[in-house]
Design a protein around this ligand. Structure first.
Ligand code: NAD
Length: 467
C-alpha cells in the first residue's frame, strides 16, 4: 500500500483552491466529503470449483447533479481511500468541462491476471448485481465507465446484467464505454487519450507560457515520454505523434526504454504484445527500472498509469518542462510544489483526462435519446453543401471533382460530431481555467479546482441545504 493517502492529497488541493472562493467553510466541507460509500464483499466460484471472496467499492462523491458518473477499476491497489479520492476527482473534473454529472468511482480489488475470462465475467456480473441491489447503478442514478484494468468488454457485461433485472426504457444508459453494438459510441475508447492530446496541444499554443519554459510554441518537434501504455497512454501517445511530437521514452510494468531518435509506437505495441513487455525493444536502450522514465530527458512527461508516481523523491530529478497528467493523481502535493518551484507547467488531471467522461456524456445522451448523433442531419447537411457547391460551380466556372465533393460536402456523422464536441470541450475548458489562473495568480491545478468549486458551489447555493 502506498505511503500517500490519495483522498487527503485531493483534499489538500481542494482546500488551497477553496481559499480563493467566497463559499462558507461548512459548504466547502459538504462539497468535499463523499455522499455515499458502498463496500461489498461477495463470493465467486472459480473454474476449479473453489471459492474466492471478492472485495469491491462504489463511491458516490456528490449528488449535486444526477446521475453520478465514474469509472470502475480492477486492480490490487483498489481500496476505500483510493475510490473516494477518484470519486471526488470525478466531481471536479465534470464541473471543469461542464459535464452535468456528480462524481463517482468504483473498484474491485483483484489481480486480473489470476482469473480466467469466465471468472472475470462472473465477478463483473455479481458486482453489478450488488450495485443494483443497493441502488448504486442506473441511467438516472449512477453510471459506471471503464478505468484502469477495465474496457468495453466489462461494460458490456454490466449492461447485460442490468438489463436482465430492469425494464427501464433507458437501460442502455446505465453504463458507458460499452461496445458500439450494445449502444456504445464511436470515439469513446480513444477519448481520454485524445482529450489529453487536445489539452497539451492547447497549452503549447500559449506563447507566453512556452517562452517562460524556454520552448517554442506548438507541438511540432517537442519530445515526450509516457508512463503506462494502456488505453489512455497509447491513445495519448498516438495523437501526440500524429500532432508532430516525438516519443522518446516509454515505461510499462516490466521496465522503461528510451531513444533520442524516437520510438515507433506501432512497432512497440506489436513487440509488447509478443513479448509481454517493452524492454529489449530494438533501437532503444533499457533504463534501470520502470520509474526511471519519469526522470528522462524530454519536453513533456505524460504519466498515464496510476496515482502517486511523481513524489518528493523523484520530482527534483524530473527534467520535463511540461507535465501532462493523463492518469488520475500521478503527482503528490509535495511533488507538485517541487515541480512548480522548478518552473514546470503542470496540466492537471482534473482537466486533462476529462475527455473520457466528456464522450461518456455524449454516449449517455445517445442512449437516453435513443438516436445516434448525425442520423437526422448528416444527409441533409451533405445535400445543402452540394447545393452551395453547385452554385459556386455555376458562378465560377470551376468544376469540383468527385473526390473534392466527397471532402467538401461531408456531413457530420457520429464519429465526426463526437470528435468535434470533444475538441471544443477540451479547448474551451483549458482557456477557462487559464483565465482563472491569471485572475487569481495561481497554478493550473488550483485554477481548475477554483473553477469546479465555483460551479458546484453555485448549485448548492441555489438548492439551499435540505432541512
Ligand atoms: P489501462 O489498464 O488501460 O492501462 C494502464 C497501463 O499502465 C497498463 O498497460 C499497465 O501495465 C501500465 N502500468 C501500471 N503501472 C505501471 C507502472 N508503475 N509503470 C509503468 N506502467 C505501468 O488503464 P487506463 O484506462 O489507461 O488508465 C490509466 C490512468 O488513466 C488511470 O489513472 C485512470 O484512472 C486514468 N483515466 C482513465 C480513463 C479511461 O477512460 N480509461 C479516463 C480518465 C482517467
Amino acid at each position: 500500500m502506498s505511503d500517500y493517502k490519495f483522498f487527503e492529497q485531493v483534499n489538500k488541493a481542494f482546500d488551497k483552491a477553496g481559499e480563493h472562493t467566497k463559499f462558507d467553510k461548512g459548504l466547502l466541507s459538504q462539497m468535499k466529503i463523499c455522499n455515499d460509500v458502498l463496500h461489498v464483499t461477495f463470493p465467486i466460484e472459480k473454474d476449479d470449483g473453489t471459492i474466492d471472496v471478492i472485495e469491491a467499492w462504489r463511491v458516490e462523491h456528490s449528488h449535486h447533479k444526477l446521475p453520478t458518473k465514474g469509472g470502475i477499476r480492477y486492480s490490487m491497489t483498489v481500496n476505500e481511500d483510493e475510490t473516494m479520492a477518484l470519486a471526488a476527482l470525478m466531481t471536479y473534473k465534470c464541473a471543469v468541462v461542464d459535464v452535468p454529472f456528480g462524481g463517482a468511482k468504483g473498484g474491485i480489488k483483484i489481480d486480473k491476471s489470476k482469473y480466467s475470462e469466465s471468472e472475470l465475467e462472473r465477478i463483473t456480473r455479481r458486482y453489478t448485481f450488488e450495485l443494483m441491489k443497493k441502488d448504486f447503478i442506473g441511467p438516472g442514478i449512477d453510471v459506471p465507465a471503464p478505468d484502469y484494468g477495465t474496457s468495453a468488454k466489462e461494460m458490456g457485461w454490466i449492461l447485460d446484467t442490468f438489463r436482465q433485472m430492469s425494464t427501464d426504457i433507458n437501460a442502455e444508459g446505465c453504463v458507458t464505454g460499452k461496445p458500439i453494438s450494445m449502444g456504445g459510441i464511436r470515439g469513446r475508447t480513444e477519448a481520454t487519450g485524445r482529450g489529453v492530446y487536445f489539452g497539451i496541444y492547447e497549452a503549447c499554443q500559449n506563447r507566453e507560457d512556452m517562452k517562460s519554459l524556454g520552448l517554442n510554441p506548438g507541438l511540432e518537434g517537442k519530445t515526450f515520454v509516457v508512463q503506462g501504455l494502456g488505453n489512455v497512454g497509447y491513445h495519448a501517445a498516438n495523437n501526440m505523434i500524429q500532432g508532430g511530437a516525438k516519443m522518446v521514452g516509454v515505461a510499462e510494468m516490466d521496465g522503461s526504454i528510451y531513444s533520442e531518435k524516437g520510438i515507433d509506437l506501432d512497432k512497440l505495441m506489436q513487440y509488447k504484445k509478443e513479448n509481454n513487455g517493452i524492454t529489449g525493444f530494438e533501437g532503444s536502450k533499457d533504463l534501470e527500472n520502470s520509474s526511471a522514465v519519469l526522470e528522462a530527458e524530454c519536453d513533456i512527461l505524460i504519466p498515464a498509469a496510476l496515482e502517486n508516481q511523481i513524489t518528493e523523491k523523484n520530482a527534483p530529478n524530473v527534467k520535463a518542462k511540461i507535465i501532462g497528467e493523463a492518469a488520475n493523481g500521478p503527482t503528490t502535493s509535495e511533488a507538485h510544489r517541487i515541480l512548480k518551484e522548478k518552473g514546470a507547467l503542470i496540466i492537471p488531471d482534473n482537466y486533462l483526462n476529462a475527455g473520457g467522461v466528456t464522450v461518456s456524456y455524449f454516449e449517455w445522451l445517445k442512449n437516453i435519446q435513443h438516436v445516434r448523433f448525425g442520423r437526422m442531419g448528416k444527409r441533409f447537411e451533405e445535400n445543402s453543401y452540394k447545393k452551395i457547391l453547385s452554385v459556386i460551380e455555376t458562378i465560377s466556372d470551376r468544376k469540383f471533382t468527385e473526390k473534392e465533393l466527397g471532402v467538401l460536402a461531408k456531413g457530420g456523422g457520429e464519429a465526426e460530431l463526437v470528435d468535434s464536441g470533444l475538441e471544443e470541450t477540451m479547448i474551451i475548458a483549458y482557456n477557462e481555467i487559464n483565465e482563472v489562473r491569471k485572475t487569481h495568480n495561481v497554478d493550473l491545478r488550483t485554477a481548475a479546482f477554483i473553477s469546479a468549486i465555483n460551479k458546484v458551489g453555485s448549485i448548492y447555493n441555489q438548492m439551499g441545504i435540505f432541512p
